[in-house]
Write a protein that binds this ligand. Sequence first.
Ligand code: FEO
Length: 173
Amino acid sequence: MKPEIQDAINKQINAELFSSYLYLSMSSYFESKDLPGMASWMRVQAQEEVGHAMKFFDFVNERRGRVILAGIGTPKTDWASPLEAFEDAFKHECGISARIDSLVDIANEHKDHATATFLQWFVTEQVEEEASVDAIAAKLRMFGEHSMGLVMLDRELAGRTASASGADAGESE
Ligand code: FEO
């Protein structure tokens, strides 16, 4: 595995673990607001991000590269509203999508077809990642100040369960 590819993937492992940390922080925020469904949804999301990191981790090792772990940044801890949290999650996912696109560019520059093919799973996954948080943000915008809508959405989001295998990041819902 070329050093440039290895470095870029190691940075992505860090970004995925930071994503997990951010969503766990959002989960804690929702717990503090008595919105257990949203807290649970974010907790599942945090687990899935660890799954994404591990997918990269395994890929580097399979290709006889070396995973180097670095410090994970401090996530934001508070939001003005549930809507602001989901809007932040959407912005964060757009940033992750941009990072995945850059990784594909680097793989292509180095004619590393195995990495480019591996990354296609993430390209597809990011479409779903962006869409799922954006759909929740849209509902929150629609409800506005109506607390009944918030309660109903919270109940709906409580239904999200982790995928069968924690390491299998293949299913987001
Ligand atoms: Fe791992 Fe939410 O992207």
